[in-house]
Design a protein around this ligand. Structure first.
Ligand code: NAG
Ligand code: NAG
Ligand code: NAG
Length: 229
């Protein structure tokens, strides 16, 4: 079967309301395995049907946990393409992801959801969508050790806040600053105790929040370059 033909049938299955959980599960798993191959990412991401079907899986209360995990991994792969983030936001990925973070306590779900959140935060449309779900407040909550979040979730939260600040500019900076010392302490903790990637992002974020050298003038001017490796 050609890749296109396969994708058409996968999206058909994913959108079929009568599909059994096992069928949905295997379609989501197939998509995820295709997304591991770089070449297929743009092809899959180009299909709004598929993006929509994946978001539906994470939105539906009765989706089997394995399908949610596979759908999150597939959405992560799609979100690595900046152009796809806008589509994902248009199709409602932000409230679906935050609802998982807030309401789903299953192991790994918060980590995988925040990984996608950190990616989609990096586009022009993200701020509006995040505001509607009090996204900054939720990300700052995750930074607080008291909420029992894992290191991975906390680093994803920092990455998400950094992406939001870089794409949204001043108003987002003011909003994060408005969260007060709880936000700053949490970010400082990642800057000191996180992985090397986490430290870099947390330091970059702290620089911006503290006004950096000469203050924040917008992403293109004085934001330290963060190399992810
Ligand atoms: C996803 O990204 C790819 C590569 O940039 C692009 O070709 C495709 O149109 C995008 N898909 C959507 C639905 O935005
Ligand atoms: C979490 O679940 C409650 C109860 O089902 C619901 O009212 C609330 O809107 C959910 N929160 C999010 C962020 O979706
Ligand atoms: C780093 O971790 C140590 C040990 O848990 C803790 O005492 C310290 O306060 C943390 N650093 C920050 C800046 O929170």
């Amino acid at each position: 079967m050609s890749t296109r033909g396969l994708l058409d049938s996968l999206s058909h299955v994913l959108l079929l309301s009568s599909a059994s959980p096992a069928t949905v599960q295997s379609a989501a798993a197939t998509l995820y395995s295709l997304l591991v191959v770089d070449d297929y990412r743009p092809i899959i991401g180009a299909k709004r049907d598929i993006v929509y079907a994946l978001i539906n899986i994470i939105r539906k209360e009765n989706s089997p946990p394995r399908s949610i995990k596979d759908a999150l991994k597939a959405l992560f792969g799609i979100s690595l393409y900046p152009l796809n983030r806008t589509t994902m936001i248009e199709l409602g990925v932000v409230p679906a992801l935050f609802s998982l973070v807030v309401n789903d306590s299953r192991v790994g779900v918060v980590e995988d959801s925040t990984a996608v959140i950190a990616q989609v935060a990096g586009c022009d449309e993200s701020w509006g969508a995040f505001q509607k779900v009090s996204g900054i407040g939720v990300l700052v909550d995750l930074l607080d050790h008291e909420t029992g979040s894992s290191n991975r979730a906390r680093e994803n939260s920092v990455a998400g806040l950094l992406s939001l600040v870089l794409s949204g500019g001043h108003k987002v900076v003011a909003n994060v600053q408005g969260m007060g010392s709880r936000a700053l302490d949490g970010i400082a903790d990642v800057a000191e105790n996180g992985s090397s990637k986490g430290k870099n992002k947390a330091n970059a974020l702290l620089n911006i929040l503290n006004g950096g050298s000469g203050g924040f003038r917008g992403p293109r001017f004085d934001v330290p370059q963060v190399h992810s490796s």
